[in-house]
Write a protein that binds this ligand. Sequence first.
Ligand code: BTN
Length: 260
Amino acid sequence: MSYANIQLFPKVSYRFDSVDSTNAAAIRAINAGEWPEPGAVFWAEGQSQGRGQGGKHWHATPGANLTVSIVAYPSHLPLHALFALNQLAGIAVAHTVQAFLPAEWQDAVRLKWPNDVYVGQQKIAGILVQNGLRGNQLAWSVLGIGLNVNEAAFPAELAASATSLQILTRRAHDREAVATQLWQALSASYARTAPDQLAALGDQYHHLLYRLNVAAHYREVATGQSFQGTILGVDAAGQLRLGLEDGTEKAFSLQQLLFL
Ligand code: BTN
């Protein structure tokens, strides 16, 4: 098999004024046998049931942001390397955000595991990757991205923890320009899912990790106990590796851990 054609260029765009969820719309098209072409973009101005990680709702004021889902068929990826999809999407969105921020803020753009995009202590983008299998092979993947571009103000419960390009730079941004940057960044990082590039993809992700090598507090969901840990990285299965105070190391899945 040749990996030279591992690329993701958006050629087709399905635009909706309003839809339940762009991820759901893309998955419906796939399940209906329409097989949107690789890189096809489902783009909505507004979503009535925008989906976030862990069944949460995704807030976005209609017409202000990017709420998009990109279809890919990464059948070259072995199932044990699925987390590469979260990594590639996170890296691409982080690089897109960096492109619209001043040079002195570049280091503040981080990936809060698994793939929330942060600027400083505030979330600017969320990513929901959904995959479908055929037998024990990856058949399709939908990369759902919500990027806060021109959100001017968030509801009270999000005001402290969320931000947008407009809030940070005090000016509105052309969403088409942000989208063009995003497609380029996605194509570049998608190419890095080729087998001989996966290690480089993992390194890029590692260096963008929020709180990397920083001691901070976490809570284990099962016990309710809080503890101090230091993020060491992410393992091949996508679990977060924390160094503990007693010198040991433990890996956590998303359901097992809360950031404090
Ligand atoms: C998260 O932060 O929990 C993930 C949020 C992902 C939101 C995007 S918006 C476009 C796409 N469609 C959805 O329903 N969700 C994703």
